[in-house]
Ligand binder design. Structure first.
Ligand code: C2E
Ligand code: MG
Ligand code: MG
Length: 486
């Protein structure tokens, strides 16, 4: 019961009557010595048509009080000691103390679950009057005196059972309420976690915005290599965020964040402008520059005026359109195809290269993409990774090369890390590759050194794998490593 875990099979009965002779009657009717299981079964069969399986503790546990106050105190004690009564038989007239109605009201204050049988010899209270005084009838029965033994037995038996089923129900209800409360708490927790995440994200987006202005965001450059000559024939601009306390944060983490707001537009233009200015700075300084590829987010394309914004940067930095290529992922192209194809076409007509990035991850066919103004496909590095060990990946890559050749598209293999991968790619006629095997993305200064080093080398066919060597006096120097041809 609520706040009162009662023992199962509670058959505790309290009799409150100022007449001790009545106590004896109850004892005779209900006490274990007088009550055989057979008698109870017979009684139940008579009442309900069949007898339920009776437990061994079918006998009633009887207690007696002669006055209302005493009875109330016993009920309170029983409840406190977690041995509550299931039923109380309460006499109506108990001079000199409280009458049975007041006693019942006080009993229910002490234990609202107890079943009450009001025993009355007189018709001094009507049912309506009793109800009005007590305010409830759900656990109340009136028994007229003098009572029949079988009536007492019947009431004691059915009311103790009713107490038990109500107890079980209440326990189930409590369990249910607990489950609901737990679930509500879990939902609250989840909601709070989501809020925190959203706040964190919002906070991180703000940090990224200020970080961009504070010079924490920069651009690294990874060379694109012509496999046959090992020349660097291009550079890919890759954005980098050096957070003041969290250190380096990968673009795969903060690009999606920037894409949740207009920040990606600012970031995209920042990378395009920074990289373009860098190329022009090198060019003016006599560094032998190569074309630049810049990654473009789907959101940049979605906004109208994309082509104009690219042209503006070209104009302001002095970059030639032929020096620039835009890398757009397959999915970004598919989403924006109809709306933006004209803009891409006009840029293409200007001489800007249009490349499909991460090809193979977007479920599009090359023939479908051929309707777009593209000139290069970059095969996603996930296909390259196991190309020398997984025949399925090898077959896919080989098919892409075969199709691309018939469509006169340039194909770049991304993420080339080993000589083994390069050998397989060589068999498919792979002309261009990018990856750690040749060089990781480099800081601008290291990239400048690489471009100069390569221009100075007499034979590019030897190798283009470069490594940074720390100088004893500080700083670093780029050196060629390895001499084998793939
Ligand atoms: P992506 O455009 O496909 O760039 C290639 C990614 O592969 C780069 O990761 C590069 O560091 C990495 N990579 C190059 N060679 C290898 C290799 O041999 N092995 C392995 N395991 N990885 C290699 P990064 O710089 O972390 O960039 C991840 C992605 O973030 C880029 O994929 C691109 O989708 C996006 N991203 C980078 N910079 C920008 C940007 O300025 N704007 C936009 N919109 N997206 C950018
Ligand atoms: Mg890319
Ligand atoms: Mg890629």
């Amino acid at each position: 019961m609520s706040g009162n875990p009662a023992p199962d099979g509670n058959r505790r009965v309290l009799v409150i009557d100022d007449n001790t002779a009545i106590h004896d009657d109850f004892r005779k009717i209900l006490s274990p010595s007088r009550l055989s299981e057979a008698a109870l079964d017979e009684f139940e069969t008579m009442l309900f048509g069949q007898s339920e399986q009776r437990s061994a503790d079918a006998a009633f546990e009887l207690d007696f009080a002669t006055q209302g106050e005493q009875g109330v105190e016993m009920v309170r004690q029983a409840r406190v000691t977690q041995r509550p009564y299931a039923v109380a038989f309460v006499d109506v007239r108990m001079p000199p103390g409280m009458d049975g109605i007041d006693t019942t009201a006080r009993i229910w204050q002490a234990d609202p679950d107890i079943q009450i049988v009001i025993c009355t010899a007189y018709s001094d209270h009507t049912w309506e009057q009793i109800l009005k005084k007590l305010g409830r009838s759900d656990r109340l029965v009136v028994l007229k005196k003098p009572f029949d033994n079988i009536e007492v037995l019947q009431l004691a038996d059915t009311l103790t059972q009713r107490w038990q089923s109500s107890d079980v129900m209440q326990r189930h209800l409590q369990m249910l309420q607990q489950v609901i409360a737990d679930r509500a708490a879990a939902t609250q927790f989840e909601r709070r976690a989501q809020d925190t995440q959203a706040r964190l994200r919002a906070g991180m987006a703000d940090e990224l915005r200020t970080g961009m202005r504070a010079g924490q965001v920069g651009v690294h450059y990874q060379p694109l290599v012509e496999v046959a000559t090992r020349r660097a024939v291009g550079l890919e601009a890759l954005v980098r965020w050096q957070h003041p306390t969290q250190g380096f944060i990968a673009p795969s983490l903060f690009i999606p964040l920037a894409e949740e707001s207009d920040l990606i537009l600012e970031l995209g233009e920042f990378v395009l402008r920074t990289a373009s200015e860098q190329i022009k700075t090198w060019e003016r300084a006599g560094v032998p520059v190569v074309p630049l590829a810049v990654n473009i987010s789907a959101l940049q394309l979605q906004r109208g005026g994309f082509a104009d914004s690219v042209r503006r940067v070209l104009r302001e930095t002095g970059m030639q359109p032929e020096q620039l290529a835009l890398e757009i992922t397959e999915s970004a192209l598919m989403e924006n195809m109809k709306e933006r194809v004209a803009e891409l076409q006009s840029l293409r007509a200007d001489g800007v290269g249009i490349e499909i990035d991460d090809f193979g991850t977007g479920y599009s066919s090359l023939s479908y993409l051929k309707q777009l103004p593209i000139d290069t496909v970059k095969i996603d590095r996930s296909f390259i990774h196991n190309i020398d060990s997984n025949p399925v990946d090898a077959a896919i890559v080989s098919a892409i090369f075969a199709m691309a050749q018939t469509m006169r598209l340039r194909v770049v293999a991304e993420g080339v890390e080993t000589q083994g991968q390069l050998q397989v790619l060589g068999r498919y006629g792979c002309a261009y590759a990018q990856g750690y095997y040749f060089s990781k993305p480099l800081r601008a200064e290291d990239c400048r050194k690489l471009l100069i080093e390569l221009a100075a080398r007499p034979a590019f066919t030897e190798t283009l794998r470069m490594a940074l060597v720390k100088e004893p006096q500080g700083g670093s120097r780029l050196v060629a490593v390895g001499n084998r041809k793939p």
